[in-house]
Design a protein around this ligand. Sequence first.
Ligand code: ACO
Length: 339
Amino acid sequence: MGNTNRLRAKITGTGMCVPDQVITNDDLAQRMDTSDEWIRQRSGIQERRWIRPGETPADLGKQAIEQACEQAGCEPGDIDCLLLATLSSQHDFPGSSFFVHEALDMGEIPCMDLRAQCSGFLYALSIADSLVIAGKFKRVLVIGCEVHSTGIDVSTRGRDVAVLFGDGAGAVIVEPQEDEGDEAGIIEVRMHAEGKHARRLWIEAPTSANTPVRITHEMIDDARIFPQMEGRYVFKHAVTRMPEVLLETLNATSHKLEDVNLFLFHQANLRINEAVAQRLELSEDRLFNNIQKYGNCSAASIPMLLAETTRDGRLKPGHLISMTAFGSGFTWASALVRW
Ligand code: ACO
């Protein structure tokens, strides 16, 4: 059942940050056997951002959070709980969220990393929604934060994956509605996973399943430390699961496809999003993609879309938005939100 009749949690601020270093398709073609034409045609990507030496995921996260706080009219010190979605932890142990916590001097509030890859932001949003509705916390910060550039194989061997990913962070603040007449809020989030596909899109090593140590020189030499993807397999599942969960989320509420003002899809590949839009017969004016500029920023991609569309006026108060993602795990999720 949709939660249309209860007091809702709502998104009160959005923010994003990408590094200033632009890497074009031609720049990549200097490092590997690829071309601007191949990348644009297969993925829609024209350029992406990479961090510079000395920059960290926490630096990107900090700036995205400061922007989100400014829009929400609060300070980082006013946040009660920090949920960070990532697949590219600053350190596997303890993760990324603690370094963001440190960068913003957030006192002793709880923080944690959530691992649901490209669906991670929507998973974390669902948890934030539940925490706020339950009255556990008043102001929950949800952030997607990724640095892929330091974890991809930028030689010809890794070109199928390396051309797709970019670095970035996007953040939102989730708070309770102030009064019952307030229509804005998170209406429904649906999430799924199917672990049997985990090895189709993954990084094999380091792994705690390898004895006696997690990483060997051989693993590095064999490039098993870089993401591996069965591209066509991922594509096929994404274009099936995304429409499925989007419709499931709408059907769980009283809303229909035509009620939605804006569809925001995870930015994995423009071709995936075009195929999803085609299957659902969605008109172009209700879609927005920014993968052309940023590449695939995994868990950060949807909050980055939110930050851009709130600032460029595309997303307006009262709008109904549908956000949908698919990613490694496999995971997939969709959220319906009244802005
Ligand atoms: N530049 C040039 N040639 C390349 C590149 C590249 N960057 N990468 C692969 N190729 C070559 C391949 O080696 C292959 O050559 P061959 O025919 O001589 O063997 C040829 O291009 C075709 O390769 P395919 O993998 O069959 O290409 P395809 O048309 O399937 O496109 C792509 C690959 C874009 C990855 C596609 O499968 C896809 O979109 N998959 C979806 C996966 C995705 O977008 N994942 C994003 C991350 S996951 C997520 O966020 C959900």
